[in-house]
Ligand binder design. Structure first.
Ligand SMILES: [Zn+2]
Length: 91
């Protein structure tokens, strides 16, 4: 879980305590604490990075993540050029 926690932290998302025993962890916006969904703990090592890599453009364009825009801001910080391209593409 540490790997998943760290991967989501880069996008400004906190992984909270399990909602169902040992199966799903709640995802919350690191800024405003709005709940954004769940993540299972059955991801294989490395899968979370692939998943978030694929979702980068969606976070950058604001199609995924909190309405407060925190994840989009994080995406712009992580990779400004790619974030800008994604925003243009999905605009
Ligand atoms: Zn938020």
């Amino acid at each position: 879980m540490d790997e998943i926690r760290a991967a989501y932290a880069r996008f400004g998302i906190e992984v909270e305590a399990p909602t169902t025993y040992g199966t799903y962890y709640r995802l919350c916006c690191a800024r405003c604490k709005t709940m954004e969904g769940n993540v299972g703990d059955k991801l294989l090592p490395g899968m979370i990075h692939t998943l978030l890599e694929e979702q980068f453009d969606l976070y950058a364009a604001g199609l995924l993540g909190c309405a407060c825009g925190h994840q989009a801001e994080r995406a712009r910080t992580l990779d400004p050029a790619r974030a800008e391209a994604a925003r243009t593409r999905f605009a």
